[in-house]
Design a protein around this ligand. Structure first.
Ligand code: SF4
Length: 352
């Protein structure tokens, strides 16, 4: 491991000043960063440990009713907050779908937004990877790419974003509060992550030294609380990243869908908001035919980047399943470990 220096500021301003040094990186729980350092994938010259910045640990409701979640709130603490789970159940379900119980206890919501891809070639420094080493090539193109992207990928990079949490955040119009030397700004979660294009090394719109200080969930997203789900398909149900996931939210009045929200995970380098599908659903009856049309719209631009064509019909089926589950109603109690979305265990996934 490379030598690095380590500082532990107690205010956001001091953290930003410390992170202005070349090669600096912010450290929260380190559930991803420390693995990357141990593997020599990243070599920060300075770690700015932000875990003593108390102002980043708060969960608050703003005057307008938005929920503001400090970047250092732990995934498990947020998911198990009863009022949060009641108001934003699909977000809680996504948090509980991520990683293991131990990791959820340690990992922070801000860090979740910035976790790196799980492409195996990115973590293997003997492999060619344009994201790790721009211009080097991409060994995933002719390698094991069965879990890679089917939307928004480029010749330079076919990696996916691994976050579960980001998927419902994108669906429900969340906002990320960012602070840096130039001051504070806000970015829609949907606009935080970048598609790879010719520069896959650029993964977010964050400028060097900028820090995520909070995530805001709009008050308006509570309208979906009665009909909201996050479903995830993975190779190992106990602990694995998504092959495909879907966050769905509906507002249903008098049997008609007034509003719809839909986003996909595991399919692209960013959470994939399906605006066209949402427009198609709005005003319709909640039935399978409408949900199938929505799935087709959401995946209209999908194409395989390797041995992953199977992900497209899988995503289509999962979208239909997520919308149907949302229409059926949010369960009164989320299971501690969300079951397979294709399970039919009574009282677990379909307990409306
Ligand atoms: Fe690197 Fe992206 Fe290719 Fe994976 S898919 S090896 S992250 S360039």
């Amino acid at each position: 491991m490379n030598r690095f220096d380590y500082v532990k500021p107690t205010t956001v301003a001091d953290a930003i000043a410390a992170a202005s040094a070349p090669g600096a990186a912010y450290l929260a729980s380190g559930t991803n960063l420390l693995d990357l350092m141990k593997g020599n994938v990243v070599r920060p010259a300075r770690l700015v440990d932000i875990t003593e910045i108390k102002e980043l640990t708060r969960i608050e409701t703003s005057g307008s009713g938005d929920l503001r979640i400090g970047a250092l709130v732990r995934n498990a603490d947020l998911a198990h907050d009863a009022s949060f789970a009641r108001d934003y159940p699909a977000v809680a379900e996504a948090l509980l779908s991520g990683a293991s119980a131990q990791l959820r206890n340690a990992a922070t919501v801000g860090g979740n937004l910035l976790q790196r891809t799980r492409c195996a070639y990115f973590y293997d420094t003997a492999s060619a990877c344009n994201k790790r080493n721009p211009g080097a090539g991409c060994d995933a193109r002719d390698g094991d790419n069965h879990q890679h992207a089917v939307l928004g990928w480029s010749e330079a990079c076919i990696a996916t974003n691994p976050s579960d949490f980001c998927v419902p955040l994108a669906a429900f119009d969340s906002v990320v509060e960012i602070e840096g030397a130039a001051g504070r700004r806000e970015v829609a979660l949907d606009a935080l992550h970048l598609l790879p294009g010719t520069t896959p090394e650029h993964e977010t719109v964050l400028a060097p030294g900028e820090i995520i200080v909070a995530i805001r969930l709009p008050a308006a997203a509570r309208a979906f609380a009665r009909h909201a789900r996050y479903l995830k398909v993975r190779e190992r149900n106990s602990y694995a990243f998504a092959i495909v996931s879907a966050a769905a939210g509906l507002v249903i009045e008098d049997g008609s869908i007034r509003q719809a929200r839909l986003a996909l995970g595991g399919v692209a380098a960013k959470p994939w908001r399906a605006h066209e599908a949402e427009s198609l659903i709005a005003g319709q009856k909640a039935d399978a035919r409408v949900f199938e049309q929505a799935a087709d719209a959401a995946l209209g631009a999908a194409n395989a980047s390797g041995d992953n064509a199977y992900k497209i019909p899988l995503a289509r089926q999962l979208i239909v399943r997520a919308l149907a589950a949302a229409a059926q109603g949010t369960p009164s109690r989320m299971p501690a470990l969300p079951a397979s979305p294709f399970s039919s265990v009574p009282g677990v996934l379909h307990d409306a």
